[in-house]
Design a protein around this ligand. Structure first.
Ligand SMILES: N[C@@H](CCC(=O)N[C@@H](CS)C(=O)NCC(=O)O)C(=O)O
Length: 255
Protein backbone atom coordinates (compact mmCIF):
# COMPACT_ATOMS: atom_id res chain seq x y z
CA UNK A 1 0.00 0.00 0.00
CA UNK A 2 1.32 3.44 -0.90
CA UNK A 3 1.93 5.83 2.01
CA UNK A 4 1.20 9.52 1.63
CA UNK A 5 2.58 11.65 4.45
CA UNK A 6 0.71 14.93 4.71
CA UNK A 7 -0.36 17.95 6.65
CA UNK A 8 -4.00 17.13 5.74
CA UNK A 9 -5.07 20.73 5.21
CA UNK A 10 -2.10 21.56 2.95
CA UNK A 11 -2.91 22.49 -0.62
CA UNK A 12 0.27 20.85 -1.93
CA UNK A 13 -0.94 17.66 -0.22
CA UNK A 14 -4.35 18.09 -1.84
CA UNK A 15 -2.57 18.22 -5.19
CA UNK A 16 -0.97 14.82 -4.51
CA UNK A 17 -4.21 13.31 -3.12
CA UNK A 18 -6.14 14.49 -6.17
CA UNK A 19 -3.65 12.88 -8.58
CA UNK A 20 -3.66 9.58 -6.65
CA UNK A 21 -7.46 9.55 -6.34
CA UNK A 22 -7.85 10.31 -10.02
CA UNK A 23 -5.55 7.41 -10.92
CA UNK A 24 -7.46 5.18 -8.48
CA UNK A 25 -4.24 4.15 -6.79
CA UNK A 26 -5.02 3.07 -3.22
CA UNK A 27 -2.91 4.80 -0.58
CA UNK A 28 -2.85 5.32 3.13
CA UNK A 29 -2.70 8.95 4.19
CA UNK A 30 -0.65 9.66 7.30
CA UNK A 31 -1.59 13.14 8.42
CA UNK A 32 0.43 15.19 10.88
CA UNK A 33 0.34 18.70 12.25
CA UNK A 34 2.88 21.34 11.27
CA UNK A 35 6.38 20.89 12.73
CA UNK A 36 5.75 17.20 13.65
CA UNK A 37 5.40 16.62 9.90
CA UNK A 38 9.10 17.39 9.52
CA UNK A 39 10.16 14.55 11.77
CA UNK A 40 7.85 12.09 10.03
CA UNK A 41 8.75 13.29 6.51
CA UNK A 42 12.47 12.98 7.22
CA UNK A 43 12.08 9.61 8.88
CA UNK A 44 10.28 8.39 5.75
CA UNK A 45 13.22 9.52 3.63
CA UNK A 46 11.85 12.87 2.47
CA UNK A 47 12.89 16.44 3.26
CA UNK A 48 11.21 18.96 5.50
CA UNK A 49 8.06 19.48 3.43
CA UNK A 50 5.02 17.37 2.67
CA UNK A 51 3.56 15.66 0.70
CA UNK A 52 5.92 12.71 0.75
CA UNK A 53 4.90 9.59 -1.16
CA UNK A 54 6.48 6.28 -0.19
CA UNK A 55 5.96 3.75 -2.96
CA UNK A 56 5.65 -0.02 -2.54
CA UNK A 57 9.20 -0.53 -3.79
CA UNK A 58 10.54 1.90 -1.18
CA UNK A 59 10.98 4.81 -3.59
CA UNK A 60 10.40 8.15 -1.84
CA UNK A 61 8.98 11.11 -3.77
CA UNK A 62 9.04 14.35 -1.84
CA UNK A 63 7.94 17.04 -4.30
CA UNK A 64 4.29 17.30 -5.28
CA UNK A 65 5.22 17.87 -8.94
CA UNK A 66 7.26 14.65 -8.92
CA UNK A 67 4.31 12.81 -7.36
CA UNK A 68 2.16 13.88 -10.33
CA UNK A 69 4.83 12.54 -12.70
CA UNK A 70 5.12 9.30 -10.70
CA UNK A 71 1.35 8.83 -10.92
CA UNK A 72 1.39 9.63 -14.64
CA UNK A 73 3.85 6.81 -15.27
CA UNK A 74 1.20 4.43 -13.92
CA UNK A 75 -1.51 5.70 -16.25
CA UNK A 76 -2.31 4.68 -19.79
CA UNK A 77 -1.45 7.12 -22.56
CA UNK A 78 -4.54 9.19 -23.21
CA UNK A 79 -5.36 9.52 -19.52
CA UNK A 80 -2.16 11.12 -18.19
CA UNK A 81 -2.00 14.55 -16.61
CA UNK A 82 0.84 15.67 -18.83
CA UNK A 83 1.00 14.55 -22.44
CA UNK A 84 0.80 15.81 -25.97
CA UNK A 85 2.26 18.89 -27.54
CA UNK A 86 1.31 21.18 -24.63
CA UNK A 87 2.97 19.10 -21.90
CA UNK A 88 6.01 21.38 -21.74
CA UNK A 89 3.93 24.53 -21.43
CA UNK A 90 1.69 22.89 -18.84
CA UNK A 91 4.68 21.85 -16.74
CA UNK A 92 6.13 25.36 -16.96
CA UNK A 93 2.87 26.85 -15.67
CA UNK A 94 2.76 24.28 -12.86
CA UNK A 95 6.31 25.18 -11.82
CA UNK A 96 5.33 28.83 -11.73
CA UNK A 97 2.20 28.09 -9.66
CA UNK A 98 4.19 25.89 -7.26
CA UNK A 99 6.68 28.68 -6.79
CA UNK A 100 4.36 31.69 -6.63
CA UNK A 101 0.71 30.83 -5.98
CA UNK A 102 1.38 28.05 -3.46
CA UNK A 103 3.45 30.01 -0.92
CA UNK A 104 1.65 33.37 -1.24
CA UNK A 105 -1.84 31.85 -1.01
CA UNK A 106 -0.77 29.83 2.01
CA UNK A 107 0.68 32.80 3.87
CA UNK A 108 -2.33 34.94 3.01
CA UNK A 109 -4.76 32.43 4.51
CA UNK A 110 -2.58 31.88 7.58
CA UNK A 111 -2.74 35.61 8.32
CA UNK A 112 -6.52 35.48 7.99
CA UNK A 113 -7.04 32.41 10.17
CA UNK A 114 -4.50 33.45 12.79
CA UNK A 115 -6.60 36.56 13.31
CA UNK A 116 -9.38 34.24 14.52
CA UNK A 117 -7.23 32.45 17.08
CA UNK A 118 -7.48 28.76 17.82
CA UNK A 119 -10.68 28.24 15.83
CA UNK A 120 -8.64 27.21 12.78
CA UNK A 121 -7.37 24.12 14.62
CA UNK A 122 -10.73 22.40 14.21
CA UNK A 123 -10.01 22.36 10.48
CA UNK A 124 -6.24 22.15 10.61
CA UNK A 125 -6.11 19.10 12.87
CA UNK A 126 -8.46 16.79 10.97
CA UNK A 127 -6.88 13.42 10.28
CA UNK A 128 -3.90 13.77 12.64
CA UNK A 129 -3.12 11.57 15.68
CA UNK A 130 -5.01 12.60 18.78
CA UNK A 131 -1.89 13.45 20.75
CA UNK A 132 -0.75 15.84 18.02
CA UNK A 133 -4.11 17.58 18.07
CA UNK A 134 -3.86 17.96 21.84
CA UNK A 135 -0.24 19.08 21.76
CA UNK A 136 -0.85 21.74 19.12
CA UNK A 137 -3.80 23.10 21.08
CA UNK A 138 -1.77 23.17 24.28
CA UNK A 139 1.16 24.91 22.63
CA UNK A 140 -0.93 27.18 20.44
CA UNK A 141 0.75 30.58 21.08
CA UNK A 142 4.18 29.00 20.63
CA UNK A 143 3.13 27.14 17.48
CA UNK A 144 1.58 30.28 16.00
CA UNK A 145 4.80 32.18 16.60
CA UNK A 146 6.87 29.37 15.07
CA UNK A 147 4.72 29.22 11.91
CA UNK A 148 4.74 33.03 11.66
CA UNK A 149 8.53 33.06 11.82
CA UNK A 150 8.83 30.21 9.33
CA UNK A 151 6.53 31.92 6.83
CA UNK A 152 7.93 35.40 7.50
CA UNK A 153 4.54 36.78 8.51
CA UNK A 154 4.91 40.49 9.28
CA UNK A 155 2.47 43.41 9.46
CA UNK A 156 0.88 44.13 6.11
CA UNK A 157 2.27 41.06 4.35
CA UNK A 158 -1.28 39.96 3.50
CA UNK A 159 -1.73 42.99 1.23
CA UNK A 160 1.33 42.06 -0.77
CA UNK A 161 0.31 38.37 -0.81
CA UNK A 162 -3.24 39.09 -1.99
CA UNK A 163 -1.79 41.10 -4.88
CA UNK A 164 0.61 38.27 -5.71
CA UNK A 165 -2.21 35.68 -5.66
CA UNK A 166 -4.31 37.96 -7.84
CA UNK A 167 -1.45 38.26 -10.34
CA UNK A 168 -1.35 34.45 -10.64
CA UNK A 169 -5.13 34.35 -11.07
CA UNK A 170 -4.85 37.05 -13.76
CA UNK A 171 -2.16 35.04 -15.54
CA UNK A 172 -4.41 31.96 -15.59
CA UNK A 173 -7.44 34.03 -16.64
CA UNK A 174 -5.43 35.43 -19.58
CA UNK A 175 -4.94 31.87 -20.86
CA UNK A 176 -8.65 31.12 -20.46
CA UNK A 177 -9.76 34.37 -22.11
CA UNK A 178 -10.06 32.73 -25.56
CA UNK A 179 -12.83 30.48 -24.20
CA UNK A 180 -10.82 27.27 -23.95
CA UNK A 181 -12.35 24.66 -21.61
CA UNK A 182 -9.05 23.71 -19.96
CA UNK A 183 -5.70 25.44 -19.53
CA UNK A 184 -4.04 23.24 -22.15
CA UNK A 185 -5.71 20.92 -24.63
CA UNK A 186 -9.21 19.59 -24.78
CA UNK A 187 -9.30 17.67 -21.55
CA UNK A 188 -8.46 17.97 -17.85
CA UNK A 189 -4.71 17.92 -17.20
CA UNK A 190 -1.91 18.60 -14.75
CA UNK A 191 -2.09 22.39 -15.00
CA UNK A 192 -5.82 22.38 -14.26
CA UNK A 193 -5.29 20.11 -11.25
CA UNK A 194 -2.33 22.11 -9.96
CA UNK A 195 -4.07 25.45 -10.28
CA UNK A 196 -7.33 24.26 -8.70
CA UNK A 197 -5.50 22.58 -5.79
CA UNK A 198 -3.18 25.51 -5.08
CA UNK A 199 -6.05 28.00 -5.35
CA UNK A 200 -7.84 26.22 -2.49
CA UNK A 201 -6.76 28.59 0.32
CA UNK A 202 -8.55 31.49 -1.36
CA UNK A 203 -11.53 29.72 -2.97
CA UNK A 204 -12.28 27.27 -0.11
CA UNK A 205 -13.63 24.56 -2.45
CA UNK A 206 -16.55 22.48 -1.27
CA UNK A 207 -14.74 19.25 -2.17
CA UNK A 208 -11.29 18.75 -0.65
CA UNK A 209 -9.39 16.04 1.21
CA UNK A 210 -10.57 17.45 4.53
CA UNK A 211 -13.53 19.62 5.41
CA UNK A 212 -12.83 23.31 4.84
CA UNK A 213 -14.84 26.06 6.52
CA UNK A 214 -17.75 27.59 4.67
CA UNK A 215 -17.46 31.35 4.10
CA UNK A 216 -20.05 32.00 6.82
CA UNK A 217 -17.87 30.14 9.34
CA UNK A 218 -14.75 32.22 8.87
CA UNK A 219 -15.61 35.85 9.56
CA UNK A 220 -16.40 38.74 7.25
CA UNK A 221 -12.84 39.59 6.16
CA UNK A 222 -11.99 36.05 5.07
CA UNK A 223 -15.43 35.48 3.57
CA UNK A 224 -14.88 38.63 1.50
CA UNK A 225 -11.49 37.37 0.36
CA UNK A 226 -12.95 34.02 -0.70
CA UNK A 227 -15.83 35.71 -2.48
CA UNK A 228 -13.45 38.00 -4.41
CA UNK A 229 -11.37 35.07 -5.58
CA UNK A 230 -14.34 32.82 -6.38
CA UNK A 231 -15.73 35.59 -8.57
CA UNK A 232 -12.47 36.07 -10.44
CA UNK A 233 -12.63 34.26 -13.82
CA UNK A 234 -9.72 32.02 -12.80
CA UNK A 235 -11.38 31.35 -9.44
CA UNK A 236 -14.63 30.39 -11.15
CA UNK A 237 -12.56 28.07 -13.36
CA UNK A 238 -10.96 26.45 -10.27
CA UNK A 239 -14.38 26.00 -8.67
CA UNK A 240 -15.56 24.27 -11.86
CA UNK A 241 -12.47 22.02 -12.01
CA UNK A 242 -13.15 20.85 -8.45
CA UNK A 243 -16.84 20.27 -9.12
CA UNK A 244 -16.27 18.38 -12.37
CA UNK A 245 -12.98 16.60 -11.75
CA UNK A 246 -12.09 16.20 -8.07
CA UNK A 247 -13.87 12.83 -7.92
CA UNK A 248 -13.60 11.85 -11.56
CA UNK A 249 -11.25 8.95 -12.28
CA UNK A 250 -8.79 8.86 -15.15
CA UNK A 251 -10.19 6.58 -17.78
CA UNK A 252 -7.77 3.70 -17.28
CA UNK A 253 -4.97 3.06 -14.85
CA UNK A 254 -2.41 0.29 -14.74
CA UNK A 255 -1.36 -1.23 -11.43
N1 LIG B 1 7.73 22.32 -3.42
C1 LIG B 1 7.04 21.54 -2.42
C2 LIG B 1 6.35 22.47 -1.46
C3 LIG B 1 5.55 21.73 -0.45
C4 LIG B 1 5.25 22.59 0.77
O1 LIG B 1 5.59 23.77 0.84
N2 LIG B 1 4.57 21.96 1.71
C5 LIG B 1 4.22 22.63 2.93
C6 LIG B 1 2.81 22.28 3.32
S1 LIG B 1 1.68 23.38 2.52
C7 LIG B 1 5.10 22.24 4.06
O2 LIG B 1 5.48 21.10 4.19
N3 LIG B 1 5.38 23.24 4.87
C8 LIG B 1 6.00 23.04 6.13
C9 LIG B 1 7.44 23.39 6.19
O3 LIG B 1 8.01 23.89 5.22
O4 LIG B 1 7.98 23.14 7.26
C10 LIG B 1 6.08 20.60 -3.11
O5 LIG B 1 5.49 20.99 -4.13
O6 LIG B 1 5.91 19.46 -2.64
Amino acid sequence: MLRLITIPISHYCEKARWALDRAQLPYREEGHVQVIHRVVARRAGGGSTVPVLVADDGQVISESADILDWVDRRLEPGTRLFEGEDAGAARALCARLDERLGPTGRRLIYVHVFARGKAMLDYNNQGVPRWEDRALRAMWPLAQRAVSRLLDIRPGVEVQDEAAVRAEFDNVAALLADGRPYLFGERFGGADLTFAALAAPVIAPIDYGVRLPRPDEIGAATAGLVQRFREHPAGAFAVRMVAEHRRAPALAATA
